[in-house]
Design a protein around this ligand. Structure first.
Ligand SMILES: *[C@@H]1O[C@H](CO)[C@@H](O)[C@H](O)[C@H]1NC(C)=O
Ligand SMILES: *[C@@H]1O[C@H](CO)[C@@H](O)[C@H](O)[C@H]1NC(C)=O
Ligand SMILES: *[C@@H]1O[C@H](CO)[C@@H](O)[C@H](O)[C@H]1NC(C)=O
Length: 703
């Protein structure tokens, strides 16, 4: 069993952040800071309480024991378990389940690589049986394991040609840091029938920020399973490694240059403590909201069974059965040798949750935040802990929930204002160079805002130029010059959300409310034109393949046609896009086919437990035969059915100098907003802030 051999090194390797992983070769650092092994911690005694609770330490160990005696693994010396997660019970069973009922049978879904083939297994933890074992029927491979990645990064250094080109470039071997880059799929003979990865390297000389010091043009193509170099592309010898002056972003280094004191220390006061609780480890209750929350190795944050309280009936009403970031797509816009393949699908290739590191209290999340741990599994199913991967906190940024002040004529004076307090669930995934801050923000007026912030380091390209006046034509740079010898290559980011909204029940319809110009007839009105809302219920999936346009505006309503307000409107929620971007790549471009879920901003599919990963279950080197586009093209009926909405949030990124050497966060979001869901403003009875509830925190500065 491969895992057994690896066990000792696992203690080190599994723990590591992607970042540390990259620095692994020559900088074995102390992983204890990043991982607590499931030893005598409170997680050792975790038991599931809810059917959706993630697998516990004990359950992972049981999966490992069951699989160890399974013929598939007994007869194979090398295998890896690339993903192990709770197989959630059928939705109808979960919906019927109530606290206090016996727990539904616990199952684990496992994807494994055995002798170069992808397998899907279902392990029943109650009966200790493997209820099925199938070969993957679509193209592509499971998520890379952290162990595989660590081994791959050692491969180039066993190659004479690699060592000699590094030496010829005048780079000290001890300064070389390499990163594992998923190679995409381009229908080339060398990538058919084997898993491949590309490794590129950087220099750590004089800066911890090695991303700003690429060894340009050097790409090592590696066979993942054989751990051997297939080819070395070595084209950039004339391109110097950027000097990396003042790129070290650590406080310990920057403070030596003099701190930028821009504001006094700041925090939010909660004199009576936070207003939320987390029951049984996963059930979050705050204000008028309640939902189940867990971390997932692939998706990151999973929100389940989100319900909001009706202020009139006190009933908890269903809004969303399940919501998570299903896939990402990050294509770089440079067709040359060392860059064309950079078209990452981070969730399915690397695991979005696997790349999320422990959050930093007071900086990642404010005081009074609650931190949730994740239990993930190594490639042999040994569980390990990723502490503080998610935080939950209330925010008050001085915003206003609603207000009105009346002009005081007739001695009539009114000023009514209510403070806006939200609950945020946050994770920050560091996928190599980039950091994705994923927020789910719950608001008391029933709105859910999904926000993504981008920070971290750009993927930059080395160049011979150190000033714009040397550049003959910007066209061939593939992005702006950011600093001496560095180009910020233009790229996009897409994050697609799976949103299984269940508005007051599972049977919902999706309605496009088209806003159309209507012209008046001659003599009808002094006005020539006005706007009308035209409702179109989507009958089938293709009716709900939506591309946004400012000049063809619509609202997108998810309604429950059988549940109406007192005055007869169907209750609903709408998907409200905000700043976003659409992919402009050719639909037949291989990366666009693989990430075809970016062909539309909104999709609606009938609920199907097997259709959750928009880029396919097996994303690594996939050919695009198992994407949301393929499913949606079946054009199934979606009216008055259990349906799922998908939303693609996009960013075009033309880098600029301020993004160097680390990017100030750029954010975008979309909302799920009640539309005729409540009878009236649901926070009408919310009290204002009163002075006596907010004791002054005295400052020694004043006085
Ligand atoms: C399955 O196992 C869980 C936890 O081990 C237990 O709580 C539950 O009652 C079992 N369910 C059945 C149907 O045996
Ligand atoms: C390449 O360099 C590394 C680091 O100096 C060394 O450990 C390794 O043995 C070298 N590989 C070959 C094939 O010479
Ligand atoms: C559910 O999804 C799977 C995977 O796409 C597909 O094979 C199956 O036909 C789908 N079932 C229905 C009823 O659409």
């Amino acid at each position: 069993m491969e895992g057994r051999k690896l066990r000792r090194s696992l203690v080190l390797s599994i723990s590591i952040s992607f970042f540390l992983l990259l620095t692994w070769l020559h900088l074995p650092s102390s992983p204890e800071n990043f991982i607590k092994k499931p030893g005598p911690t409170h997680h050792e005694s975790d038991v599931p309480h809810h059917p959706l609770d993630p697998l516990t330490v004990h359950e992972f160990n049981k999966v490992r024991a069951i699989l160890a005696t399974h013929p598939l693994f007994e007869s194979s010396s090398t295998y890896s378990l690339n993903a192990i997660a709770l197989e959630e019970p059928d939705k109808e069973l979960v919906l019927k389940w109530k606290r206090g009922d016996p727990l539904l049978p616990r199952k684990a879904s496992v994807t494994a690589m055995v002798k170069g083939k992808s397998h899907i297994l279902l392990v029943d933890l109650n009966t200790s049986e493997v209820s099925y074992n199938e070969l993957g029927s679509t193209s592509g491979y499971p998520i890379l394991t952290i162990e595989e990645t660590a081994r791959i990064l050692e491969v180039p250094f066993k190659n004479v040609e690699f060592n000699s080109t590094i030496a010829q470039r005048g780079i000290n071997m001890g300064d070389v840091k390499c990163v594992p880059l998923s190679s995409g799929w381009y229908n080339m003979p060398i990538e058919n029938k084997r898993r491949v990865i590309k490794v590129q390297c950087f220099s750590m000389k004089d800066s911890v920020n090695f991303y700003m010091k690429p060894i340009e043009g050097l790409t090592v193509l590696i066979d993942i399973d054989r751990e051997e170099v297939l080819h070395i592309f070595d084209n950039g010898r004339g391109i110097p490694v950027a000097k990396g002056i003042d790129t070290d972003y650590r406080y310990s280094v920057q403070k030596l240059r003099g701190e930028l004191h821009l504001f006094n220390p700041i925090s939010m006061e909660q004199p009576k403590g936070p207003s939320f609780i987390v029951e049984d480890g996963h059930l979050v209750k705050w204000a008028n909201w309640e939902f189940h929350l867990k971390a997932d190795a692939r998706a990151g944050i999973i929100i389940s069974q989100a319900k909001v309280r009706d202020p009139d009936t006190s009933e908890m009403r269903s809004v969303m059965y399940k919501g998570f970031t299903s896939e990402l797509f990050v294509p770089y816009m440079d067709p040359t040798d060392a860059w064309y393949f950079k078209t990452y699908m981070d969730a399915g290739e690397y695991g979005f949750g696997l790349q999320a590191m422990p959050l930093d209290p007071l900086n990642d999340c404010p005081r009074n935040a609650y931190y949730m741990d994740a239990v993930f599994a190594a490639a042999d199913a040994t569980p390990y802990l990723r502490p503080n991967i998610i935080c939950v906190f209330e925010t008050y940024a001085g915003d206003i929930a609603w207000r009105h002040a009346e002009t005081p004529f007739n001695n009539f004076k009114v000023t009514e204002v209510r403070p806006k307090v939200n609950l945020v669930v946050r994770m920050a995934a560091s996928v190599g160079n980039y950091d994705y801050i994923v927020d789910w923000e719950f608001q008391t007026d029933g709105l859910i805002r999904s926000k993504v912030g981008l920070s971290g380091m750009l993927m930059v390209k080395g160049t011979i130029y150190d000033h714009m006046n040397q550049v003959p034509s910007e066209e061939y740079l593939y992005g702006p010059l950011l600093s001496e010898n560095l180009i910020g290559v233009i790229h996009d980011h897409y994050i697609i959300y799976y949103l299984d909204l269940d508005i007051d029940g599972t049977d919902n319809s999706f309605t496009k409310v088209n806003i159309k110009k209507h012209e008046t007839s001659p003599g009808e009105s002094p006005r020539k034109s006005y706007l009308k809302a035209i409702r179109n219920v989507a009958k089938t999936e293709k009716d709900a393949q939506i591309r946004l346009s400012l000049y063809d505006p619509s609202e997108f309503h998810m309604t429950n046609p059988s549940k109406k307000t007192k005055i007869g409107n169907p209750v609903g929620y709408k998907v409200v896009p905000s700043g976003t971007a659409a992919s402009l790549l050719d639909p037949e471009d291989p990366p666009q086919k693989r990430a075809a879920f970016t062909n539309n901003q909104i999709w609606v599919t009938p609920y199907n437990k097997s259709e959750q990963w928009a880029g396919g279950l097996f994303t690594y080197q996939s050919k695009g035969d198992d994407t949301l586009q393929v499913w949606s093209n079946r054009d199934r009926a979606i009216e008055k059915k259990d349906i799922v909405v998908w939303y693609t949030l996009g960013f075009h990124h033309i880098p600029c100098q301020e993004d160097y050497p680390i990017m100030p966060t750029v954010s975008s979001s979309f909302d799920l907003k009640p539309v005729n869901f409540f009878e009236r403003n649901p926070i009408l009875r919310l009290p204002p802030n009163f002075k006596h509830d907010l004791p002054l925190c005295t400052s020694h500065v004043l006085a």
